[in-house]
Design a protein around this ligand. Structure first.
Ligand SMILES: [Zn+2]
Length: 362
């Protein structure tokens, strides 16, 4: 998990004195600048460059860690349509610039952002998450080039107020979700999706159970098994159900999730044509979001909560054994379903998952 680790400090001076600090990313509106030394740098830069305050720029600044100041403007924040996403976007734009300039431990500070305004209460969190999202590299790229080489930013020192453990737990979850949702269909075929989950939750309080026996799937998840039918001939494409379970020590409520994990959607016999298949490795975003949420839960270990999730990881392939429109299949719930279009497969796998969860909830 090589995302930037977060440290919180309460002043610029404290941030500057941190070991290794090597850049300052200043995010906000630059109509006025609170810190007088920074105000001077920005004022000077404006003389020769009209972009200052309008787009993110790297400025040389004495007294700033690494002499690197990335001035990342949000634009005005006081119009009725402005909101905290501008802080996220500014941090996103600045993060890569600081990293490309050589920074590995940037400081982040907000300028002229009113955190007492309801809209900007989450501004510190948005800044951290925006930076992390910009610096995230896809799993395939990390596996090809090495995480160290392409995700070199090690830590972030944030000037402000934020629960660092909480923010990092959220980022850890987002990272799992991005990996699972974005990765290509062979690397994230159902058995490898399950394997990723096993590794992500190893040595955590989340229990992972994988159901991949074809007889069991046909019997207990008949709609899901129908969607996966033409993938059965290829061992590495075979479907599975991944159960993720977390039990708090003093549970007050239980939440349940069913995650759609179509690792690739060709459409099935109702084939996606005319170039509409490209991108269909991301038909597993629901499942990825569920697993990501569980990752955050695993990191935070809330006492009061139980979470039970079932993910259907299935490849909607096409072949001689593909299910077709007009078939009538009895789902786990006992409901009989007439297939109208094999490209409407998500609801089929979700129906069986939900039926299991409903029984368990009862
Ligand atoms: Zn579909």
């Amino acid at each position: 998990m090589a995302f930037a680790q977060l440290q919180i400090v309460s002043s610029l001076a404290d941030a500057y004195s941190k070991d290794g600090a090597d850049a300052l990313i200043l995010i906000g509106n630059f109509d006025s600048v609170d810190d007088s030394a920074l105000a001077e740098v920005i004022q000077q830069a404006k003389i020769t460059d009209q972009r200052v305050g309008k787009q993110p720029l790297l400025l040389k600044a004495d007294g700033v860690p690494g002499q690197r100041l990335v001035a990342a403007p949000t634009g005005p924040l006081n119009r009725d349509f402005d909101d905290v996403r501008q802080v996220f976007d500014a941090a996103h734009a600045a993060a890569k610039m600081a990293q490309d300039a050589g920074a590995r431990h940037p400081v982040i500070a907000l300028n002229n952002v009113n955190i007492n305004d309801e809209r900007y209460k989450q501004a510190f969190l948005a800044a951290y998450l925006g930076l992390c999202q910009a610096l995230y590299q896809p799993l395939e790229a990390r596996e090809a080039h090495g995480e160290e080489a392409i995700e070199p930013t090690k830590s972030v020192i944030l000037v402000g107020e934020l629960d660092a453990d909480w923010a990092m737990a959220v980022e850890a979850g987002k990272r799992v979700a991005r990996d699972l949702a974005g990765t290509e269909p062979e690397r994230m075929a159902p058995p490898r999706f399950a394997e990723y989950c096993r590794q992500a939750f190893a040595h955590t309080a989340v229990k992972v159970t994988v159901i991949d026996d074809s007889q069991q799937l046909q019997h207990e998840y008949p709609l899901l098994a129908a969607v996966g039918r033409s993938s059965m001939a290829v061992e590495r494409h075979r479907p599975c159900v991944i159960r993720l379970e977390y039990h708090g020590s003093k549970p007050e409520r239980t939440v349940m999730f069913a995650g759609k994990g179509i690792v690739y959607d060709t459409g099935g016999a109702d084939l996606k044509v005319g170039g509409h298949m490209a991108g269909m490795s991301r038909d597993k975003g629901g499942a990825a979001g569920v697993a990501g949420f569980l990752k955050t839960v695993a990191e935070l270990q809330p006492e009061h909560l139980n979470v039970i999730a079932e993910i259907g990881a299935v490849r909607n392939s096409i072949g001689s054994d593909a299910f077709v429109a007009d078939e009538i299949i009895t789902g786990h719930s006992g409901k009989r379903v007439r297939i109208g279009n094999t490209d409407a497969e998500g609801r089929l796998i979700m129906a069986d998952l939900l039926s299991h969860l409903r029984e368990e909830a009862a």
